[in-house]
Design a protein around this ligand. Structure first.
Ligand code: ZN
Length: 391
C-alpha cells in the first residue's frame, strides 16, 4: 500500500508543469501576435464567423502590407481553392514559389498545394508533374496519394497499382482492397477487348490482393459465359453465396440466363427461390418473381411474393404482391388491385436506389467506385427505399 503514495506527489507536479507551459505558450503567442497587422485578426474573425469573402479581403491586405507572411499565403490559397477560384489559388502558390529565399520545407508545401490547385482545376497533366516532383520530404506521401487519385481519374489502372504499392512501402495503410479493384478494372477491359487470358490473369491477381473481392468472382463467371462455358460460369457465380451473399442480386439475372442456355430453367428457379428464402431482398425477389411466374404460373409467384412481404415488408414488395393477386383475381376486384398497384408504383417509381455508405450519393446503377466520393466498394449491393434508409 505504502508504495502507491508517490503518485499523490506526481499530480500537483504535473499541474504545475502544465500551468507553466500554458503561460509560456501564451507569452510567445502574445509577443508573436504583436508583430502581426490588425487586418490579420480581422481576417481571422471573418473566417471564424464563416464569412470567407470578407476574410479574403482582409488577408489580401495583410499580404500587401507584409509580403513575408508565408503562412498567410497558404491560408489564402486554400480559401481560394475551397471556393473554386482555382486560378487565384494557383497564382498565390506560384507567387510563393517564385521567391528565391523560400526554405525547402515551405517550398515543398507550396508545391503540394499548387498540385492540389491543378487537380481541382482539372489540369491533370500539370498536377501529375507537380506531385511527381515531390519524391521526398513531408509531402511525399500526400503527393503519392494525389497521384493515385489522378491515375484513377485517368483510368490508368497499371499506374494506379504501382502507386498503391509505392504508398504501402512508404508506410501508408493497406491498399489491397483498392489494388484488387484496379485489377478488376483491367480484367473488365480485357473482357471487353475479347482477351480472355489477360482477363483471367487480372482476376487471379485481384483475388491474390483481396480474396474477399466479389467482383473478381463475378468477372470470372462473365469470362466463362463469354467463352460459352455456361456450367463453369454458373459454378463461379454460385461462389458469391459463400463469399458474400449480399452481392447475390448482382448475379441472379446472369445465372438465370446461363441456366436457360443449358435448358435448365427449373434448376435456376429452384436456386433463386432458395436464395430469396435465405436472404430476403427486393432485388432478388424481382428476378425470382419474373422467372417463377413465367415457369410455374401466377399461384407460385403469389406464394413467393407473400412470403417475402412477411419477412421484409417494403413498398416494392407490396407492388409485387398486388401484381400477383391481380393475376388471379376476378372483376371488379381486379380493377381495384390495379388501382392500388398503380398508386403505389407512382409513389415508388424513382425511389429504390443504391446508396453510398460513405457520402450518401444515390444512384440507379450499381457502382464499384462511387461517382460522388470516389470510394471503392462503398455501395451496398441492394437498392434501398428512402423510408427504409431514413429509419
Ligand atoms: Zn460516395
Amino acid at each position: 500500500m505504502d508504495l502507491d503514495y508517490w503518485w499523490l506527489l506526481v499530480i500537483p507536479v504535473a499541474f504545475a508543469l502544465g500551468w507553466m507551459a500554458a503561460r509560456y505558450d501564451l507569452k510567445t503567442l502574445l509577443s508573436e501576435s504583436a508583430n502581426l497587422p490588425r487586418s490579420y485578426f480581422r481576417g481571422l474573425n471573418f473566417l471564424l464567423n464563416e464569412q470567407p469573402d470578407q476574410a479574403i479581403d482582409a488577408f489580401i491586405e495583410v499580404v500587401k502590407l507584409d509580403p513575408e507572411t508565408i503562412e498567410l499565403h497558404f491560408a489564402l490559397g486554400n480559401l481560394f481553392r475551397r471556393r473554386g477560384e482555382t486560378d487565384r489559388a494557383i497564382r498565390v502558390h506560384q507567387n510563393l514559389l517564385s521567391r528565391a529565399d523560400l526554405p525547402v520545407k515551405e517550398r515543398d508545401h507550396a508545391l503540394f498545394e499548387l498540385g492540389q490547385d491543378f487537380l481541382k482545376a482539372g489540369l491533370l497533366d500539370r498536377a501529375e508533374e507537380t506531385f511527381r516532383s515531390l519524391q521526398t520530404g513531408d509531402h511525399a506521401l500526400g503527393a503519392q496519394r494525389s497521384l493515385m487519385t489522378i491515375y484513377e481519374i485517368e483510368k490508368d489502372w497499371n499506374k494506379s497499382i504501382d502507386t498503391a504499392r509505392r504508398l504501402e512501402t512508404m508506410g501508408a495503410a493497406s491498399l489491397e482492397k483498392e489494388v484488387a479493384q484496379f485489377h478488376c478494372e483491367l480484367a473488365q477491359e480485357a473482357l471487353q477487348q475479347q482477351k480472355p487470358d489477360e482477363a483471367r490473369r487480372q482476376i487471379t491477381l485481384a483475388l491474390k490482393a483481396n480474396p474477399q473481392n466479389v467482383r473478381a468472382t463475378i468477372l470470372s463467371g462473365d469470362v466463362a459465359a463469354a467463352a460459352g462455358e455456361q456450367k463453369t460460369a454458373i459454378a463461379q457465380w454460385r461462389k458469391v453465396e459463400e463469399q458474400n451473399p449480399a452481392y447475390l442480386p448482382l448475379v441472379a439475372e446472369k445465372l438465370m440466363k446461363a441456366y436457360a442456355a443449358l435448358g435448365q430453367q427449373e434448376e435456376g428457379a429452384n436456386l433463386l427461390t432458395t436464395w430469396v428464402d435465405r436472404y430476403p431482398t427486393n432485388d432478388l425477389l424481382d428476378v425470382a418473381y419474373q422467372h417463377v411466374a413465367a415457369l410455374r404460373g401466377p399461384d407460385a409467384a403469389h406464394a413467393l411474393a407473400r412470403t417475402q412481404m412477411q419477412k421484409s415488408p417494403t413498398l416494392a414488395g407490396m407492388t409485387r404482391l398486388l401484381e400477383a393477386q391481380q393475376a388471379t383475381a376476378e372483376e371488379p376486384r381486379r380493377s381495384e388491385l390495379d388501382l392500388m398497384r398503380t398508386l403505389i408504383k407512382q409513389r415508388t417509381k424513382n425511389l429504390p436506389r443504391y446508396t453510398c455508405q460513405n457520402c450518401g450519393f444515390r444512384a440507379r446503377l450499381f457502382y464499384w467506385q462511387c461517382p460522388g466520393c470516389s470510394g471503392w466498394e462503398t455501395y451496398a449491393p441492394r437498392r434501398i427505399e428512402p423510408m427504409a434508409a431514413a429509419s
